[in-house]
Every structure is written in C-alpha cells, then in structure tokens.
Design a protein around this ligand. Structure first.
Ligand code: ATP
Ligand code: MG
Ligand code: FE
Length: 356
C-alpha cells in the first residue's frame, strides 16, 4: 500500500509518499517540508492569512516534488491522506481541497486525517511500537498527554488549560526581547544562566488530574523581568534557565503521574511500556533529559522519533492514512469538511484553552 500525504494545518506546507509493507512495516519514500518560518518571524507568530496564501503558492510544487522523489506517479498510489483538522482553517481548506481534487481526478480514495492522530501514530512508523503507549505532544499549539490504545482509539489524559508549552516559550522569548521562534532562543540563553536565581511557580504540581498550565509561569517571568529592568544578558540567561527549570519540574510531576497511571491500568502488559514524545518542544535538551530520567525511574522506554518527524510533516499524515486503511477504516466522502477544532478523542467534550 502506498499513500500520498498532505499537511497544511499550521505554518508548514508538506507532502510525502509513504508505503506500508505487508508485514506492517512503514517506509518513507519521500518527505518534503517547506517551513514558512521566515514569512512569520517579523510578526513574532503565525499570521493565518499569510500562512494560507503561502500554502496555496507552495503546495502543488511540493506534491510534484514528493511524487518525483518517491519515483511514483499518481496511478501508483492507493489513496490520498490530507490533514483536515485541527488547525488554521485557511490552510486546512487549501490542503483538504487539493487532496480531494487529486483523489477525484485520479480515482483514488481520500482519508481526512486528524493532525493529532498523525503525531500519535508516528512512533509506529519510526519504531514499530505496538499498542498501547503514552504520547506527550508538546508543540506551539498543543500540550497533551494521550493514551494511544489503537488506531482511532485515543484517550486524552491531560491537556493545557491555557497556553501550549511552545507558546509559553515563544511568549517568554518575546517579552525578554529574544527572537522568534522562542524555544531555541530561550534554550540557548538558558545554557549560561543560573536556574536558581528566580523562584518561578510550578503550576498544578501535586494535583491529581493530569492537566497542564503555563500562563502563570509567563506572568511570573514578566513580573521578575519588570522588577529588575533594564535587563542585561546575564539577567536574561538567568530568567531563561529558571523558566526551563520550572518547566522541567512541572513536567516531572505531571508526566510522572501519567506514567504511574499507565502502569496501574496496564499492570498485565508483558512488554516494556513506552512514552513517545512529539512536537517542536521535544527538541529541547533539558526537557528531553527530564523525560528520559522519568522513564528510567518508572521503567518506561523513551521513544523520541527524529526531529523531522516530531514537528509538522506529511509523512505522519500519510502513515495515519495507511494505518486507517490497514485497519479497514472506510475512506472519507469527498464532501468531508475541514475542522479548525477537532479533539483527538471524540469523547472529549470540552476543548480548553489552546487545545485547538
Ligand atoms: P502544531 O502545534 O499545530 O503542531 P506548531 O508549528 O505550533 O504546530 P511545532 O512546529 O511542532 O508546532 O513546534 C514549534 C514550537 O516548538 C514553537 O513554539 C517553538 O518555540 C518550540 N520549540 C522549538 N525548538 C524548541 C526548543 N529547543 N526548546 C523549546 N521549545 C522549542
Ligand atoms: Mg510549525
Ligand atoms: Fe503538529
């Protein structure tokens, strides 16, 4: 089986061709991503209108490139998988409409994929992971701990009640005068800093529920910065280091609880349980070390797919389509509509904060 994947939900335009062998193994035949980072950096964040326009301009060329690199023609693929939510509606429309047009013209079936399902199933493509496992998605738009039970079977155990973690990095960077995107800039500055200089809050630590909250942390950073303004490089470094430490401690508590819950719910599991990390924030070395140490403590395998597959890409969308096909899910009708909000577990009633 071979699928063309299309991803346009945020600020990356992406196309990929992925195949699934009869033994269940996946193979990425091509995976092209065009980041719009430069278009948006002057604005300090993603501008939806600019994003949609950039997707329109780039997508056709990227799809051609993906097919060329994979050395396949449209008649060689079995289906088209396109992200249909959650995300910025303008971009979603571009990708899904293009997917529909190709499916229609080439007589292929269409799979409308939930972007979060793409992130959730990536570790099966890269590491052949078997169900069930836990997935922590930490990106600019999402912060969720999800139980992945099977294809189409997801339980959201925790989500942010305000800002996403990447968003907290971006906002903190902005108020410290660091460039966008904030994550890498904050991490770089933190390397030289004293993590114990500022006492920042550790939101929700100690609470039984598995949610996250990061907006209070950002406010505390603003207060600390205002008190000692004007800031020199040393101050910025110390704030960044203290900020990262607060986040690490928070994750330690929140994720630790999640791992403990998984262990008690799956006490009978005869394989080592696994925690998968996804999203741009997974690039952060301190956060990685924290998660790795936690996994060691709780007896989990720590799975971090290559960064290119952790951030937004179309290979994960193609793969989600292949998983759906292999699990005998029906393809979607061509009148399927994009959804800017679309919680991964259909049973999730409320979409909180930037849970999109
Ligand atoms: P979505 O949330 O819709 O999947 P996104 O584009 O917001 O998409 P990603 O592209 O996965 O998310 O990740 C971008 C985010 O990751 C930004 O918020 C950025 O600041 C953060 N990030 C990137 N590198 C680092 C790092 N080294 N440390 C912390 N955060 C980082
Ligand atoms: Mg992105
Ligand atoms: Fe994403």
């Amino acid at each position: 089986l071979r699928i063309l994947g299309i991803e346009t939900s945020c600020d990356e335009t992406a196309a990929a061709v992925v195949s699934r062998h009869p033994d269940g193994r996946g193979e990425i035949l091509s995976d092209v991503v065009l980041s719009q980072l430069e278009e948006h950096s002057a604005f300090g964040g993603v501008v939806p209108e600019i994003a949609a326009r950039a997707h329109v301009e780039a997508l056709d060329g990227l799809i051609e490139e993906a097919l060329d690199q994979a050395q396949v023609r449209l008649c060689d693929i079995n289906a088209v998988a396109a992200t249909s939510g959650p995300g910025l509606i303008g971009g979603l429309i571009v990708g899904l409409m293009t997917g529909k047009a190709i499916a229609r013209a080439a007589g292929k079936s269409l799979y409308a994929i939930n972007h979060l399902e793409g992130h959730a199933l990536t570790a099966r493509l890269t590491d052949g992971l078997s169900f069930p496992y836990l997935m922590l998605l930490v990106s600019g738009g999402h912060t969720q701990l999800v139980l992945v039970r099977g294809v189409g079977e997801y339980e959201r155990w925790g989500t942010t009640i305000d800002d996403a973690l990447g968003e907290a990095f971006d906002k903190t960077a902005k108020l410290l005068g660091l460039p966008y995107p904030g994550g890498p800039a904050v991490e770089r500055a933190a390397r030289e800093g004293d993590a114990d200089r500022f006492k920042l809050p550790r939101p929700l630590v100690g609470e039984a529920r598995l949610d996250f909250s990061f907006s209070g942390l950002k406010t505390a950073v603003r207060q600390a910065a205002t008190e000692i303004a004007p800031l020199n490089d040393r101050d910025v470094a110390d704030i960044c280091a203290s900020f990262q430490k607060a986040i690490s401690r928070t994750l330690q508590d929140r994720i630790g609880r999640g791992l403990a819950r998984f262990r008690s719910e799956y006490a009978h599991l005869d394989v080592t349980p696994a925690l998968v990390v996804a999203g741009g924030v997974a690039a952060n070395q301190e956060i990685r070390r924290t998660l790795q140490a936690l996994c060691l403590e709780y007896g989990f395998r720590f799975v971090a797919p290559p960064m290119k597959l952790c951030t937004d890409n179309a290979a994960m969308i193609a793969w989600a389509g292949l998983e759906r096909m292999a699990a005998d899910f029906a393809p979607d009708d061509l009148d399927v509509q994009p959804r800017s909000r679309w919680p991964l577990d259909a049973s999730a009633q409320t979409v909180l904060g930037s849970g999109k």
